[in-house]
Design a protein around this ligand. Structure first.
Ligand SMILES: Nc1nc2c(ncn2[C@@H]2O[C@H](COP(=O)(O)OP(=O)(O)OP(=O)(O)O)[C@@H](O)[C@H]2O)c(=O)[nH]1
Ligand SMILES: [Mg+2]
Length: 321
């Protein structure tokens, strides 16, 4: 099977409908997704993939929108993947509204996609890796991934990004303590948003103290920036620090490592998908129950049956190999 050439060409030409359709295909997974990704992968690897995470309501969506617009202002393009937004696109205070308002005449340099975590059983990071591959192949200069919270799946999703930005806001109680250690460890850039609110300086001081306590002089010291995303203040500095981080990744060879990890995520999931398909096919075999009975009775070896399922061909009847 080969991917529909028109779909691949459409993505490469960054046609909105093709990108949208390709995202639907790869999110669904399965053989069609695999061939499409295979066709797109050689064209990916140029985008700067940025993960944006932080507690609910700190202003991640507003910030991501603002960064996309700041990128547009310097002639760059941005694709946005919002992973399981608690409030679907409500957040996008700037861009979200704009997109809703000007659907038809939308800026082709920005593309936004929401990725629900439900239905992505064990595959949220695959779906994210696949989505960012499509956007990367489509030639967006930036791919911004927004996730809420600090659970294991968010940490996995963030591992797909080249630069991880952790967003905080003053006045959210023990915000800093509330950030799980795992997220702090993967942060490349800290942003204290809502700097128009009291307490922003204290948050910066607290963060700085915490970073000082952490590891001995790491090769990259995460900068702490302040923004007022709602007024689009401080966003150029954020882009500048992200660019500086990318240069650091390039210089130290770490960018290649991150890309290998992205690709590994896709391959790993393709393996699980293939296994799941073969198991499903075996269970459809009329002799499946019989085969299980034989295993239970000890006349057949469970591992042998499993091997037969994995090989995929020949059904599950004993003696067929
Ligand atoms: N005062 C102030 N409010 C802001 C700022 N940035 C965002 N907000 C507001 O904070 C609220 C939450 O913003 P969002 O961008 O939706 O935050 P979020 O982190 O994406 O929220 P979730 O996706 O629901 O976790 C909105 O009402 C924004 O308008 C800011 O810099 N200052
Ligand atoms: Mg949001």
């Amino acid at each position: 099977m080969t991917a529909a050439p028109s779909l691949v060409d459409g993505v490469l030409a960054r046609q909105r409908r093709a990108v949208s359709r390709a995202l639907t295909v790869v999110e669904r997974g399965g053989p069609e997704a695999e061939v499409l990704l295979q066709a797109l992968l050689p064209h990916a690897g140029h985008a700067h993939v940025v993960g944006v995470t932080g507690a609910p309501g700190v202003g991640k969506s507003t910030l991501v929108d603002g960064l996309a617009l700041a990128a547009r202002a310097v002639g760059q393009t941005a694709g946005i993947v919002a992973v399981d937004p608690s409030s679907p696109f409500s957040g996008g205070a700037i861009l979200g509204d704009r997109i809703r308002m000007q659907d038809a005449t939308m800026d082709p340099g920005v593309f936004m996609r929401s990725l629900a975590s439900r239905g992505q059983t064990g595959g949220l990071s695959r779906a994210t890796a696949a989505s960012l591959t499509v956007m990367d192949a489509a030639g967006f200069d930036w791919v911004l991934i927004e996730t809420v919270g600090a659970g294991q799946s968010e940490i996995e999703v963030m591992a797909l990004a080249e630069s991880v930005m952790v967003v905080l806001a003053p006045g959210l109680g023990d915000d800093i303590q509330a950030i799980k250690a795992g997220i702090l460890e993967i942060a490349d850039v800290f942003v204290v948003n809502k700097a128009d609110r009291p307490g922003a300086d204290a948050s910066v001081r607290e963060l700085r103290a915490m970073l000082r306590l952490a590891a001995e002089a790491p090769p990259w010291v995460p900068p702490i920036l302040t923004t007022v995303a709602a007024e689009r203040r401080g966003l150029d500095q954020v882009l500048a620090e992200l660019n500086r981080h990318r240069a650091f990744l390039d210089e130290t060879g770490r960018r290649a490592d991150r890309r290998t990890y992205q690709v590994e995520t896709l391959v790993r999931q393709a393996v699980w998908d293939a296994v799941a398909r073969r198991l499903a096919a075996a269970r459809q075999d009329p002799r499946w129950a019989e085969a299980l009975t034989a295993v239970a009775a000890g006349t057949r070896d469970a591992g042998g049956l499993a091997d037969q399922v994995l090989r995929g061909a020949g059904g599950v009847a004993d003696g067929i190999h």
